[in-house]
Write a protein that binds this ligand. Structure first.
Ligand SMILES: CC(C)(COP(=O)(O)OP(=O)(O)OC[C@H]1O[C@@H](n2cnc3c(N)ncnc32)[C@H](O)[C@@H]1OP(=O)(O)O)[C@@H](O)C(=O)NCCC(=O)NCCS
Length: 405
């Protein structure tokens, strides 16, 4: 049996697409592709296992730039992971992952992120939970605000061509200070805004009192079979408010859809304001599960690219079997926005000892060092070290990724 781990050629991409539509039958992104559409990746983004000349394991990584606590950071957006069932459980994904993580490090992608079909697949490779995937399934009639005045602005429905530049500008301003939002390139917007049969996109833009756009909502309307009364479902695919008035104005606009009985929004930020603002927060039907998983491919570089929550000095001992170049002790000298990171020589006096997965949780800002220590996932020299780490790794916003990939 001959096994090659390599990027596909462009001639081989149709095999990749065939394998993916077999592995992910209900994946809407793949299902919506026409037969003549270009494959959604470039061949050089793939790292695949070819067994005796046949594609066995598919794997690719989008070259994203992602906000990391307000910093633009190169990240590998891992996608299209599957092994043809003929070849499963023979270590092929392990071989692909080992090579791909090293290649990502060499390309300057010190961090990899992905959405997992199952956490078990990736935790063994040092991926840690980096976001909570929150979704709402709200009763539209219960979207009343608990206090305060109506929003002073207005929401206007706009056709795509007019809305698109506004959406892109508002999103960019919104994403800049945030944590784990992807800097959407033109191609990503094309995919997000594309209409498919039966799924028309509507765009509501919020204009403030000075008539400046400061928020928007992208949504679809469908109907569902219900016994009586309003039967429409409004599904939000993007909702951004640059300030509290814009955010409120958009919800007021959604609540004004009298024939809608459910408002659904998948991929809501964990720190979204709606539960604080509504009279009946539980009527949001808020549900949570694991979201994006993160893997650090280059500890020294990733730590240096991070914006920190405070000034301070901390040493981290990292254990990483899959990416052995990451094992060692790293001293962080953070001055808030800027940090100097150096590799230390001895592991004896590190303040914290972490494995690759816990490091990712910490780096993303998803959970604090104290929470990880309480769960028995990291070792600390004492409460003082944990307090410093909590301050340093605190982020301005909860990590949130609004895009599937
Ligand atoms: C996940 C998948 C790609 C694994 O491919 P594979 O080549 O069989 O994986 P490997 O043989 O390299 O296994 C790697 C390790 O993960 C484990 N593993 C693999 N699939 C797993 C699963 N579904 N659940 C739990 N553990 C799994 C293996 O036991 C193995 O553990 P080990 O290294 O400690 O022995 C394959 O099962 C698959 O295609 N699944 C369906 C598609 C899918 O879910 N893709 C992920 C999309 S995010």
């Amino acid at each position: 049996m001959s096994v090659e781990i390599r990027a596909l050629s462009s001639d081989e991409l149709p095999q990749l697409m065939d394998q993916l539509s077999y592995a992910f039958v209900n994946n809407s992104r793949l299902a919506e592709r026409g037969p003549d559409d270009d494959p959604p990746i470039l061949p050089e983004w793939s790292t695949c296992a070819i067994v005796d000349g046949r594609l066995a394991t598919s794997f690719a990584a989008f070259p994203f730039r992602v906000r990391l606590n307000g910093r633009s950071t190169a990240m590998a957006g891992i996608t299209m992971v599957s092994t043809n069932p003929e070849f499963r459980r023979r270590g092929l994904l392990r071989s692909v992952m080992t090579q791909a993580l090293a290649e990502e490090r060499d390309r300057g992608q010190a961090i990899a992120i992905l959405w997992a079909s199952m956490g078990a697949i990736y935790q063994r490779f040092g991926f840690g939970s980096a976001t909570t995937h929150v979704s709402y399934d709200a009763d539209r009639t219960q979207l009343a605000f608990n206090s305060g005045e109506r929003s002073p602005g207005r929401v206007q429905l706009m056709p795509l061509a007019e809305a698109r530049p506004i959406l892109q500008a508002v999103y960019k301003e919104f994403a800049t200070p945030r944590n784990l939002l992807i800097q959407r390139a033109g191609g990503m917007w094309d995919v997000r805004l594309r209409e498919t049969p039966g799924h028309r996109n509507y765009f509501g833009v919020y204009f403030d009192e000075a008539d400046v756009p400061s928020g928007y909502v992208q949504f679809q309307l469908t109907t569902e079979q219900v016994d009586r009364g309003p039967d429409q479902v409004l599904t939000v695919s993007d909702l951004i408010g640059l300030d509290a008035q814009a955010y409120r104005g958009i919800w007021e606009f959604l609540a004004a859809h009298d024939l809608v009985y459910r408002v659904r929004w998948d991929r809501v930020p964990e720190d979204d304001a709606a539960p604080l603002l509504l009279q009946e927060p539980r009527q949001l039907g808020r549900r949570t599960r694991d979201g994006v998983w993160m893997r650090v491919t280059d500890v020294e570089s990733a730590l240096a690219q991070r914006r920190y929550g405070d000034s301070g000095v901390l040493t981290l001992a990292v254990r990483d079997e899959l990416c052995p170049w990451n094992s060692g002790v790293f001293a962080i000298d953070a001055g808030g926005d800027e940090a100097a990171v150096t590799r230390a020589t001895s592991s004896t006096d590190a303040d914290l000892t972490v494995d690759a997965a816990s490091l990712a949780v910490l780096l993303s800002g998803h959970r604090s060092a104290t929470q990880l220590a309480r769960a028995g996932l990291i070792d600390a020299t004492g409460p003082a070290a944990l307090r410093i780490a909590d301050r340093l790794f605190a982020t301005d916003y909860a990590p949130w990724c609004a895009d599937g990939f």
